[in-house]
Design a protein around this ligand. Sequence first.
Ligand code: BGC
Length: 527
Amino acid sequence: MSWYHDAVVYETHVRSFADGNGDGYGDFAGLTDKLDYLVDLGITAIWLLPFFPSPLRDDGYDVSDYTAVDPRYGTLEDFARFVDRAHRRGLKVITEFVLNHTSDRHPWFQRARHSPAGSSERDFYVWSDTPDRYGDARIIFTDSETSNWAWDPVAGAWYWHRFYAHQPDLNYDNPAVRQAVVEVADFWLDLGVDGLRLDAVPYLYERDGTSCENLPETHAFLKDLRAHVDARYGGDRMLLAEANQWPVDAAAYFGNGDECHMNYHFPLMPRMFLALARGRRDPIDWVLDRTPPIPPSCRWGTFLRNHDELTLEMVTDAERREMYAAYATDPRAKLNIGIRRRLAPLLGDDSRRILLLFSLLLSMPGTPFVYYGDEIGMGDDLDLPDRNGVRTPMQWSDAPHGGFTTATPYMPVIDDAVYGYRRRNVAAQRQDPGSLWNAVRRLLHLRRDHPALRRGTTVWHAPDDPALVSFSRRHDGVSIHVVANLAARPATIQGDRGGIDLLGGGPSPTGSWTLPPYGVRWILEDR
Ligand code: BGC
């Protein structure tokens, strides 16, 4: 087992977390000061959204310099200090590797458009004389783009982009691109980064007559990258695929244990919400039945929310309609093929339902990812464009701007009657034993203290009541039985063996007993 099998990953944006120098932007100094907060919460790894120089037209996923830090967030020295301080506290660091595309401001693109057609410099990107090639590739940002091609008047040619038109795709058929990209990975791994999230990784290559996703060439490149990383760094660095695909295609990113160490389970995430909306476990059963076994060295990354919209790409049309009806009642919440909301507003700020999903996330197989602010039930701002509404500053206290900064923040702190920082903040919840923060922390600490919850084999049960999700995690002679009621009515468990109720404390009943609406038990079984 490696560190990522035992990890709980906390996803945050440097810009959004804590401002250390009073300029309104979060920075590495501020983040470093908050490391003790994360350790206390029970986090073991941090995933940082892009912090590289960028025109910020896709919040940093439009990189204009791969090997520098945006000066608003600090310097490379600040970054190195942050990594060192994180490591001293036993925290691992995962950074973004946006390898599919760059910003159109990147010097590689500027050089490409001015270089002669056919030169290696021009061929850093994918060009065409017509916008008709690769017509079978879908459009991802359906709300803003109508084609995957954009015209460049300087080059006098069309260039390929899977995301925004200002994000030209790199041309992986060019060996110089592959070499340059591997050097970027080395740059960050040399600085001590423990894991790289491979952004938008299914789209690296294009081939006529295909969807231009998950191509064999992409897998071959990733296997080469993995071999390089293992050889150069000795095997404890982690590659995390961001492959938003159906389970079988997603599992292909593990290879035979020789490709990516991790990949997110995108199809599971919306089905956890769907199961809750239906009050039935069948969507979860359905997707787990279709999830193939993976090599023991590999891990699914599980999550409830992240910095993007709650994507509904990996559900059927009927399920998508059901999800929109249940969770996007405000039409402003819809974005592309998804719902741009945070966890608490999605669940009507019902702490029972929020804790139900957290307790499944933290007990089901996989390595869980927690999105910053969800541990206090932060809200979102639907008036902000794109996905910015779920990327507002962290709410630390009831001080001005939520204690995030002493200056005007880069984006307004949530200040409404329900989710506003004056009422909802870390300081207040830390002091309140009944708060969401304390409940989430308790779950995280139980997971830390019970290896069965992290490493255990999983046996799924099929209780008579379809509202119940029930499974056991077993490791080293210890068995923890998890049972959760997805319904808004009580549900009865039959024939239970009993044990210690880890969440409530004290013994758990044997035989037949009832879970309240949205109730959960983690039962340490007597064996
Ligand atoms: C990231 C998005 C980003 C896109 C393009 C995604 O996978 O999570 O935030 O807009 O890649 O880089």
